[in-house]
Design a protein around this ligand. Structure first.
Ligand code: GDP
Length: 197
């Protein structure tokens, strides 16, 4: 699955222009700089996501990638942009919510959280939005190499414990590192299992 081309094919700034539902879909969310591009690129062995997602203008839309005609990968850019106005944030929230509610092909959202910092305010806001939309999501800790090896298991356990009050959250957390490749096979397996269901 992951040895295929991963091509950008659509960017949506409003729900009216979402691409039609043709394939199963997974989405990646998280604050900017969380390591989203690095993780997706490590999973797919490509640099596509970094190039496209860091292009000005494309940082505030849902970016759709086609993985070998089998799966859509959707990049949901985060709120962490300094220059974003309150109006823009509100518009973005409306788009995300209508996307989550209407997208029957969406199998799972992977919510990326920096393993060093844990949940931030915007992550809680995202999780509340996912819970409300009944959109199944899984928390993925990024930059696991930056946490001491002895602390990693506790970090995962704490994160899992915090998910108990979130009805749409998948209970298991995956700790990853795009630097060392830790957790990348688990991410691929997770996606492959979704497609096999
Ligand atoms: P994005 O904005 O979420 O797409 O984040 P990027 O993938 O561009 O990464 C943001 C920064 O974090 C870059 O400086 C990366 O080099 C760094 N980074 C990404 N993944 C890792 C990781 O697994 N470990 C460490 N230590 N740094 C990482």
């Amino acid at each position: 699955l992951f040895a295929r081309e991963c091509l950008f094919f659509a960017g949506a700034t409003s729900v009216e222009i979402l691409p039609p539902i043709t394939r199963p879909e997974i989405a990646f969310a998280g604050r900017s700089n969380v390591g989203k591009s690095s993780l997706v690129n490590a999973m797919t062995g490509r640099k596509t996501l970094a190039r496209v997602s860091h292009t000005p203008g494309r940082t505030q839309q849902l970016n759709f990638f086609d993985l070998g005609g089998h799966l859509n990968i959707v990049d949901m850019p985060g709120y962490g942009y300094a220059a974003v106005s309150k109006t823009k944030i509100a518009e973005w929230g409306v788009l995300i919510e209508s996307y989550l509610r209407g997208r029957t092909s969406l199998q799972r959202v992977y919510l990326l959280v920096d393993a060093r910092h844990g949940f931030k305010e915007v992550d809680h806001a995202q999780m509340t939005a996912f819970d409300r939309a009944a959109a199944s999501y899984q928390v993925v800790l990024t930059k696991g190499d930056a946490v001491k090896a002895a602390d990693r298991a506790a970090r995962v356990a704490e994160t899992e414990a915090a998910l108990a009050k979130h009805p749409a959250a998948y209970p298991q957390v995956i700790l990853t590192s795009s630097e060392t490749g830790a957790g990348i096979p688990e991410m691929r397996e997770s996606v492959a299992r979704l497609l096999a269901e």
